[in-house]
Design a protein around this ligand. Structure first.
Ligand code: HEC
Length: 155
């Protein structure tokens, strides 16, 4: 009688073994796909285009998420990170000054996309956002940034 009891147990063990080897195969497949993509020319940016219209209101939320850390919530260059700036050695624009931004849209979009490092380390550099923000998001955040001088004047 004991042999009848062990049959379901054996079956369960076999299933468990088969299951785990299937898992392992699935994982291996994942790995090889990853390796093929590494360093390949066709690697794609991680964001999806939003398809939304450019909007300064959306830009404000993007600014608070991605830019205020360094630039400060009003764009004066006094975000929380500024506590770590090299004393006297860090350049960061005061974006409440209209002349800093006026008439340079094309250049500013390019600089937000590609980042900037005019100063050597350990100064803070401007990170690139081309893999983080879509084209619409970059244009939206710039539209918001350009409202900063008027906002500062109102305060
Ligand atoms: C890690 C800190 C940091 C973050 C985050 C950051 N910036 Fe900057 N940004 C800088 C620094 C530093 C400079 C000045 C860099 C230089 O001139 O070399 C700068 C420069 C700029 C400029 C002026 C560029 C020019 O051509 O004069 C603009 C516009 C700007 N940032 C917008 C943004 C926007 C928009 C975001 C968010 C999407 C952002 N930054 C996020 C640090 C940062």
């Amino acid at each position: 009688m004991t042999s009848f009891k062990t049959i379901p147990l054996l079956a369960a063990m076999l299933l468990a073994i088969a299951g785990s080897s299937l898992d392992a195969e699935a994982k291996d497949e994942g790995k090889s796909v990853g390796k093929e993509n590494m360093g390949s020319e066709s690697a794609k940016p991680h964001f999806k285009p939003t398809g939304k219209p450019v909007s300064a209101a959306r830009g404000e939320a993007i600014f608070m998420d991605h830019c205020a850390l360094c630039h400060g919530i009003y764009g004066k260059g006094d975000g929380p990170r500024s506590a770590y700036f090299v004393p006297g050695g860090q350049y960061i624009p005061d974006m409440t000054v209209a002349q800093v931004l006026a008439g340079r849209d094309k250049e500013l979009i390019e600089n937000i996309r590609e980042g900037l490092h005019r100063l050597p380390e350990p100064s803070y550099v401007m990170p690139q956002f081309k893999y983080i923000l879509s084209d619409e998001e970059i244009r939206s955040v710039l539209a918001y940034v350009k409202t900063l001088p008027a906002r500062a004047a109102k305060k």
